[in-house]
Design a protein around this ligand. Sequence first.
Ligand SMILES: NC(=O)c1ccc[n+]([C@@H]2O[C@H](COP(=O)([O-])OP(=O)(O)OC[C@H]3O[C@@H](n4cnc5c(N)ncnc54)[C@H](OP(=O)(O)O)[C@@H]3O)[C@@H](O)[C@H]2O)c1
Length: 253
Amino acid sequence: MGTALVTGATSGIGEEFCWQLAAAHHDVVVVARRKDKLEELAEQLHQIAGIRVEVLVADLSVAEDVERVAARLRQDEAPIGLLVNNAGFALGKAFVDNSLEAEENALDVMVRAPMALSYAAARAMRARGRGAICNLSSVASETGAGTYSAHKAWIRAFSEGLSEELRGSGVTVTAVCPGPVHTNFFEAAGVDMSAAPQWLWASPEQVVSEALDAVRRGQVLVTPRPVYKVAMGAMRVSPRWLTRRVMRSIPHM
Ligand SMILES: NC(=O)c1ccc[n+]([C@@H]2O[C@H](COP(=O)([O-])OP(=O)(O)OC[C@H]3O[C@@H](n4cnc5c(N)ncnc54)[C@H](OP(=O)(O)O)[C@@H]3O)[C@@H](O)[C@H]2O)c1
C-alpha cells in the first residue's frame, strides 16, 4: 500500500489507522484541522514507529483546503497508495432544529470532501495501476436516521459503485460500516449514549484492524464485529417501517 493519507487523524478511528499503518511500516500523511495535535501525533509516530509523517492542516469543509489535499493525492513523488476518508462527526440534532449552515458543513466534510479526494486518488492510482481507497461509512447507513445516516448511505453506495468502476485496474475501494465506537464522536456532538450497554461498543483498535484486513483483501464492504454484521443483515431484510420504528428510541446523530 505504500504511503497512506488519513483524514481526521487527530482523534479516534483516524488516529488508530495511523498507528496500525505505522506498525505495518507505512509512511503516513495526516490530515485534520488541529495543527498542534497533528504535529504531536507526527512526532510520536516518527519516534515510536520510525516512519515518515507529513502534516497537512486542512478544514475539509473549505474547498481550497480540500484541493490542497487532492493535490497531494495527485503527486507522483512519494505517491499515496492508500486514501482513508475518515474525517466526520455527528450533528447531534434533528434536521429541522439544526441550522442549515451546520447541515451544509456536515455535507461538505462527509460527502463533498470524500468525493473530491476519491476522484483525485482514483485517477492517480488507476494511472499507476495500484492503490486502495477506504471510506468510513457506518451502520447508520442502513437506519435512515437523519442527514448523518444519509451521508453514510451515500458513502456506502458511492464506494460500491466506484469499486465496480475500478474493477481490474489494480485499485480497490472499501467502505467500513462500524456500530458505536469508543471515541470522541458522541461527546463532541452532545449525544448521550450512557444508556447503551457495553456490549454494543467497539474499540477503535477492533474497527481499524478489521478495516485494514478488508482493505488488504480488496473487500468492498466490511461491518466490524459479528453483532453488527447480524444487525446490518437484519435491517436489509426487514420492512423499512420496522427499522424506522426502532430508530425512534435512538438519539439524533
Ligand atoms: N465513533 C463512532 O461510533 C462511529 C461509528 C461509525 C462511523 N464513524 C465514523 O468514523 C469516522 C471517525 O469518527 P471518530 O469516531 O474517530 O470521531 P472523532 O474521534 O470525533 O474524530 C473525528 C475526526 O474528524 C476530524 N474532523 C472533523 N471535522 C473536520 C473538518 N472540518 N476538517 C477536517 N477534519 C475534520 C477531527 O479532526 P480536527 O478536529 O482536528 O479537525 C477528528 O480527527 C467518522 O467519519 C464517523 O462518522 C464513527
